[in-house]
Ligand binder design. Sequence first.
Ligand SMILES: Cc1cc2nc3c(=O)[nH]c(=O)nc-3n(C[C@H](O)[C@H](O)[C@H](O)COP(=O)(O)O)c2cc1C
Length: 361
Amino acid sequence: MWPDNRLLSLLELELPIIQAPMAGADSPELAAAVSAAGGLGSLGCAMRSPAEIEAAVHAIRAHTERPFSLNFFCHAPPRSDPERNRTWLGRLARYYDEFGVPAPASLPAARRPFDEALCALVVELQPPVVSFHFGLPSEAMLSRLRAAGCHVLCSATTPAEASWLQERGVDAVIAQGLEAGGHRGVFIDDWRAGSGQIGTMALVPQVVDAVEIPVIAAGGIADGRAVAACFALGAAGVQIGTAFLFCPEAAISPLHRTALEQAHADATVLTNVFTGRPARALANRMTRELGPIAPEAPEFPVPAAAAMPLRQAAEATGSADFTPLWSGQAAALGRALPAFELTRLLADEARAQLQRVARGG
Ligand SMILES: Cc1cc2nc3c(=O)[nH]c(=O)nc-3n(C[C@H](O)[C@H](O)[C@H](O)COP(=O)(O)O)c2cc1C
């Protein structure tokens, strides 16, 4: 009884609800529970080693035979820029002094872009769905994924990005509105010039008008009212991140969980101080004192390594002052339910809301 069943048929799902991949915050248990409930569970792989990805896929398959998704980042690796790194470490110097920790001697990239080796692994693992953030891999790699039977999804933050993805044969596009928690998936225009900052309500119908493929709405969706609203805007499914962070299966720290539980509607900011790319997080000391947007921050993902000693030192004292507390704007609507129940509840609420609207009552 969904207004648009194309995504359900395409991905062989019972419910049009995708649990967003959340690198560093999701878990095989979370993905498996959402898939078992009839939605699409996802595993963010940007911060997992190949061995961890393989183990997680086995764990999901041990729990459910339903479809699931693996997600990868497609950013360009950062250019070497020692001068920029030195400037950034200089900005953090007073905090290293405050915590009595040395500045890191090197700044290794903590997030790995999709590459040939990961492509070979995915072809071997044959997940039913592969999704990308920050654009797509090469046409050759996409062909190998398709030949392995994977459906391909990718985030877009503008109608132009959505059209670009459709031209390259993506099966469905995720329209990621500005309310979304985590990183903006901007990949065509320069985010520094303010590109890709369209709210979900305005973005979804414009993406629906721009492409023929199914559109998945993402950003600020936390209950059935918002799911129903996205269908009214022409979406064929939703991708939900922050609301799933409240599930016991989410692999977040107690500090992050407490901060989410206390979040209010106005608690988040769009910031690049944690990783070098704009991402939505709960405001904290780091975003307030260094950002929220710091033009001098090194390229993604270098700043994550620069902040790591501060994060660890602060967390050891029970403080989330330097922790990236990723969150979308609807965190205050979050409910601490097991992922299976939350997935079913979101679908039931949405169906009830759609029926209410259809009846006019
Ligand atoms: C903690 C967290 C981590 C995220 N990591 C990823 C990721 O690894 N890959 C990705 O495509 N999107 C990632 N996202 C963005 C989601 O795909 C999605 O756009 C967003 O969660 C939707 O907004 P919402 O959080 O308001 O539901 C992340 C979001 C959060 C909250």
